[in-house]
Ligand binder design. Structure first.
Ligand SMILES: Cc1cc2nc3c(=O)[nH]c(=O)nc-3n(C[C@H](O)[C@H](O)[C@H](O)COP(=O)(O)OP(=O)(O)OC[C@H]3O[C@@H](n4cnc5c(N)ncnc54)[C@H](O)[C@@H]3O)c2cc1C
Length: 357
């Protein structure tokens, strides 16, 4: 079968692109999630940050109630392990079920999009464009051809590896565990502990359980995670009895060189392109924005040039975030910011600044 466009990956980037792509294009969207994660979906904190809320609003979309989970969260408790400083910052997040959010976005694709379950495991160039090979749920190997190939297949993108075989973007391993809780206190905390990882860790309350997760250098990620759980006991966290563990890779761009837009008929969107915040690892808004940018670029005479132009603002924003990283991840600078109370608001609502140790 030949399509105008094949999209590999049905997360927020792929689903947004498919929904907004020109309606006269014949599209195949291939998603391997049910085969790769046993139906549990992508490991994710499932928080829609203000940027994601804004873009959903700009699209005129309303999140269905069945996608939301309790509790809704309006502050972030920030923990600096070494100094023991804890501060609360006011920020409103929408707490969602990530699998239901992805399902909802996929359900909005137009009739020109055929959604299939399969894992792409081979790509080659042909005279007319590309041929992809994929494994179906039944275990069969199937091929399909297309004019344009869109990689929306996340951090370990096969499409990115095909288009940029020599690229080595910075990767971390994310590990998350779930623990039952009594739901007494809605909590989103962000933890900094550079002896364990130079990236952040988090806890999130979610419909009767707590998620604890973090992103760790590729060297011994699981050991670092277990060590961090023990270290956090002194702050009152109890991570002894997980009922579920999940892990995956996550990209963390360092500079403009870590963005991959695609080449010669291949386009990359979402995390596959490196569009994820290096400071907070928030990625849903960037996935949706880049999917929309490509859909708009596809209507232009030169889609490659148009996509570059359409993503300029998004890339500039992410580069500004790489500049913010030293203030979050350099211990002395971060402590100075936390002690100064900069960005700390809503003290009357939450606990205010505390010091443990
Ligand atoms: C642990 C963790 C927690 C996070 N928490 C948050 C959060 O709370 N809020 C937030 O905004 N961001 C969060 N992020 C980041 C966010 O999840 C990603 O940036 C976002 O999901 C990227 O969307 P995407 O559509 O580009 O890719 P993805 O959501 O990764 O979707 C890619 C899709 O492609 C499919 N796929 C991959 N390879 C193949 C293949 N070979 N064949 C077929 N299909 C394939 C996958 O199964 C998947 O369905 C988190 C990331 C991690 C790792």
């Amino acid at each position: 079968m030949f399509y105008d466009v094949i999209i590999i990956g049905g997360g927020p980037a792929g689903a947004t692109f498919a929904r907004l792509a020109p309606s006269d294009s014949k599209i195949l969207l291939l998603d391997g999630s049910p085969l790769r994660s046993g139906g549990k979906g992508k490991p994710c904190g499932g928080l829609l940050a203000p940027d994601a809320q804004k873009i959903i609003g700009r699209f005129g979309m309303k999140i269905p109630s069945e996608v939301l989970t309790d509790p809704q969260i309006d502050y972030v408790k920030t923990v600096d392990y070494r100094s023991g400083i804890i501060r609360n910052y006011g920020r409103t997040y929408i707490n969602i079920s990530r699998p239901r959010f992805d399902e909802w976005l996929l359900s909005l694709c137009g009739e020109n999009t055929e959604v299939r379950i399969g894992v792409c495991n081979g790509i080659s160039r042909t005279e007319k464009g590309f041929e992809i090979r994929y494994r179906t749920e039944a275990g069969d190997t199937v091929t399909a051809g297309c004019g344009y190939l869109v990689g929306a297949d996340g951090a370990s993108s096969v499409v990115r590896r095909f288009a940029y075989p020599k690229a080595k973007p910075r990767m971390y391993t994310a590990v998350q565990q779930r623990f039952r809780d009594d739901g007494a206190k809605p909590l989103y905390s962000c933890i900094f502990d550079e002896e364990i990882t130079d990236c952040c860790s988090w806890t999130i309350s979610k419909s009767g359980y707590t998620v604890f997760g973090g992103a760790y250098p590729m060297d011994r990620p699981r050991e670092r995670f277990e060590e961090q759980k023990k270290r956090l006991e002194k702050f009152g966290y109890d991570f002894r009895e997980p009922f579920e563990t999940e892990c995956c890779t996550v990209l963390r761009p360092r500079s403009g060189r870590d963005f991959f837009l695609g080449n010669d008929g291949v386009f990359l969107i979402g995390e596959a392109a490196g569009f994820v915040s290096p400071s907070s690892l928030e990625g849903i808004s960037y996935a949706m924005r880049s999917g929309a940018a490509l859909a708009s670029a596809m209507r232009r005479k030169n889609p490659e040039r148009a996509y570059r132009r359409e993503t300029f603002g998004l890339r500039a924003k992410l580069i500004r975030k790489t500049l913010k990283c030293p203030f979050m991840y350099q211990p002395t600078l971060r402590r100075a910011v936390m002690k100064s109370g900069l960005m700390s608001i809503k003290r009357d609502f939450c606990d205010g600044a505390e010091k443990t140790k």
